[in-house]
Design a protein around this ligand. Structure first.
Ligand code: ZN
Length: 273
């Protein structure tokens, strides 16, 4: 019977405690400026305060590291806390992290991973970070770099200046390479000529432009990278029309895009002079 009462008491205490935690009471350690959130603004305010600026601060939360003194060490500790380091701050922030949002802390590019953080809007703590993968598989980047290398070797052998990689206009070849998996032609699936893709993207150019397209079959993400770009490069160099684009002295840059689709490796080269 005593056990039952104890269990009931414990249950009762849990039930009584529930509304408290559900109410989301937040003790905001680190809320230096007292605006009911803990974020980079508190770092700024704290810095100003420590620099003897006349700013208002929440004096109850200044000793961030709890060592009895208020100085730059507290600023450092708050910075670490807001950066998601596993450090404690005083008074300890008690927060249920109900309101939170993903924030991109470093945007991804074609070549480099980005990062996003899940940040509590109440206490400002970084709860989780995730990598935003670079927008292209490494395989494609390796194919592009490898093919550009072969093209510039071929040009060097003829005493022609190397082509630079046209990253800006690669947005156009990224679209074109998808299109040639539908219609293998310099005419786009909608019936317009290939370079209208540049107009669509606002990537106008004055000068000459050329396009090489090709594919071969029985290729997958697991296939050999070097063999992939080498075979396509050789296809171009064995075809006079394509070869003349690769070795055109008037072309200064090239955008290249690959795609593996339908068990085939496709490439688009777009040259600009
Ligand atoms: Zn929180």
């Amino acid at each position: 019977m005593k056990k039952v009462i104890t269990v009931l008491l414990v249950l009762l205490m849990i039930l009584l405690a529930l509304p408290l935690s559900a109410s989301g009471e937040v003790v905001l350690g680190g809320d230096i400026n007292g605006d009911k959130s803990v974020n980079n603004k508190d770092l700024t305010r704290f810095f100003q305060y420590l620099s003897d600026w006349r700013v208002s601060v929440n004096t109850a939360v200044l000793d961030v590291n709890g060592d009895g003194a208020v100085n730059n060490k507290d600023l450092t500790r708050l910075f670490q806390y807001l950066s998601g380091w596993d450090v404690s701050i005083f008074p300890e922030t008690v927060c249920d992290h109900v309101e939170k949002e993903w924030v991109v802390t470093k945007p991804e590019t074609v070549k480099t991973d980005g990062e996003k953080a899940l940040i509590c809007k109440q206490c400002g703590k970084v709860l989780e970070t995730q990598v935003i993968p670079k927008s292209k598989p490494q395989k494609y980047l390796d194919l592009e770099a490898g093919m550009l290398g072969l093209m510039n070797e071929a040009r060097a052998a003829e005493g022609i200046d190397p082509l630079t990689f046209d990253y800006e206009r690669q947005a156009a070849t990224d679209i074109r390479v998808e299109e040639i998996t539908e219609v293998l032609s310099h005419t786009r699936p909608d019936g317009r000529i290939y370079y209208t893709v540049l107009d669509d993207l606002g990537l106008s150019f004055s000068g000459t432009c050329g396009e090489n397209i090709a594919y071969f079959g029985y290729y997958s993400m697991d296939s050999d990278t070097t063999a992939g770009y080498t075979k396509l490069h050789n296809q171009f160099m064995n075809s006079p029309g394509h070869k003349s684009n690769v070795l055109n002295r008037d072309f200064k840059s090239v955008a290249l895009s690959f795609i593996i689709k339908n068990n085939r490796l496709y490439v688009v080269q777009m040259f600009f002079g």
